[in-house]
Design a protein around this ligand. Structure first.
Ligand code: SF4
Ligand code: SF4
Length: 387
């Protein structure tokens, strides 16, 4: 089989944050210490080689970049400072941009000014829409959000946004599937895909492979952010959008800002789950921000612009949501309405730009790739038995 060499691969990856991969002299320490590397899927050394040799197709079709959770063990042990853990992270950014057929992800990852402009433009549009479409006579005696932005209007906007996000995320995930499965994509019987489906769910919920890394705190933080976000999203999109008087996509609507919040006692499951999501996001995000400021461990040493943008938007969304909770409890109408506008001006860009095109997309790609690897394994076993 001929191997195509792309002399520009290293340069291209540098646009996504690659810095030190050239320094690698292939001692293999990184692969030896990586708790997730296996004889069938050895990494990260092999990928340092692919990058140095310009083997674009190999990187594009490999699942391994998604098997790495960036615990940083390999970077700590590398005698050359080649930062193999960071290289794997860069490959995930690059792959995300390759899965994205619109080209938006590439722009987002490779240009900080484009990233800032995109977030600012979406934030301004959201702010303008909320100001322009507010009710002419809002309740200024009590903090009553429905009096400013009627629930049905918010619901329709939510549904449109959810539909667009789902479309982009699914179409990009389909491309991820095609790259990873290659020719096998439609050869594997559906029955095998169905039989392995539990892998997808288990990996999505538990991120259990990360738990095998030595720094288990990183796994906990990852899990908190992931479950906090997913809980909030599911509560709104699944449980409530089904008709229990949902009045917004943002979780603070659900947990704290629902004008019918008083209907639910403090121990109601919706409220408890909402409080869990907030606490998990606040702790996980603050921990990651402090770690990146202090560069306290290997995964926090090299921060890309998109890492900061992701954490800042998430932290601001959570903090403004908590503040709204208090202004509502205190029944302060104006601060509640202003904070609500600010809250959506950070929450919506995070959802619209990060879910299909950047960091949140990893939430879909990683479990999908882990699942596809199990599918491939099961298929190989079946063909072995038949042969
Ligand atoms: S990245 Fe570092 S540890 Fe890994 S093979 Fe290269 S030089 Fe060795
Ligand atoms: S960062 Fe951790 S999981 Fe990723 S390749 Fe290095 S040692 Fe393995």
């Amino acid at each position: 089989m001929s191997v195509k060499v792309d002399p520009n691969l290293m340069k291209d990856l540098e646009h996504f944050g690659l810095k030190d991969a050239k320094k690698c002299f292939h001692c293999g320490n990184c692969t030896a210490v990586c708790p997730l590397s296996t004889p069938e899927n050895p990494f990260p050394r092999r990928f340092m080689k692919y990058v140095q040799m310009g083997l674009t197709d190999r990187v594009l079709n490999s699942p391994e970049p998604w098997l790495c959770y960036y615990c940083g063990d390999c970077s700590t042990k590398c005698p050359r400072g080649a930062e193999p853990g960071e290289a794997m992270m860069v490959m995930r950014r690059w792959l995300t941009s390759k899965y994205d057929w619109t080209g938006f992800s590439r722009r987002f990852y490779t240009s900080e000014s484009f990233e800032i402009i995109a977030v600012t433009v979406v934030a301004i549009l959201v702010g303008l829409a909320l100001v322009l479409f507010r009710a002419s006579n809002p309740n200024m005696e009590h903090a009553f959000l429905n009096s400013v932005w009627p629930a049905p209007a918010i619901e329709i906007a939510d549904l449109i946004m959810a539909f667009i996000l789902t479309f982009f995320l699914l179409s990009n995930t389909y491309r991820c599937f095609r790259f990873v499965m290659g020719d096998l994509a439609f050869k594997v019987p559906l029955e095998i895909y169905a039989r392995q489906a539990k892998e997808l769910i288990v990996n999505f919920i538990t991120q259990r492979k990360f738990g095998e890394c030595t720094d288990r705190m990183q796994w906990v933080v990852h899990l908190l952010i992931m479950t906090g976000y997913s809980t909030a999203f599911l509560l709104v999109a699944v449980f409530l959008a089904g008709g229990i008087h949902v009045i917004g996509l943002s979780w603070e609507w659900l947990m704290f800002q629902r004008d019918i919040v008083g209907d639910y006692p403090i121990w109601h499951p919706w409220r408890l789950l909402g409080y869990y999501a907030t606490a998990a996001l606040l702790y996980g995000t603050t921990y990651a921000i402090i770690g990146r400021i202090k560069k306290s461990k290997a995964p926090y040493k090299n921060s890309h612009g998109t890492d900061w943008m992701f954490l800042i938007l998430l932290e601001l969304t959570t903090l403004t949501g908590i503040l709204i909770h208090f202004t509502r409890l205190l029944d302060w109408p104006m601060p509640t309405y202003v904070l609500y506008v600010v809250h959506l001006m950070v929450a919506v860009p995070m959802l619209v730009l990060e879910v299909p095109f950047a960091k949140w997309a990893h939430l879909a790609f990683r479990p999908v790739v882990l699942y596809l690897m199990k599918v491939k394994e099961a298929y190989a076993k079946t063909t072995e038995q038949l042969g």
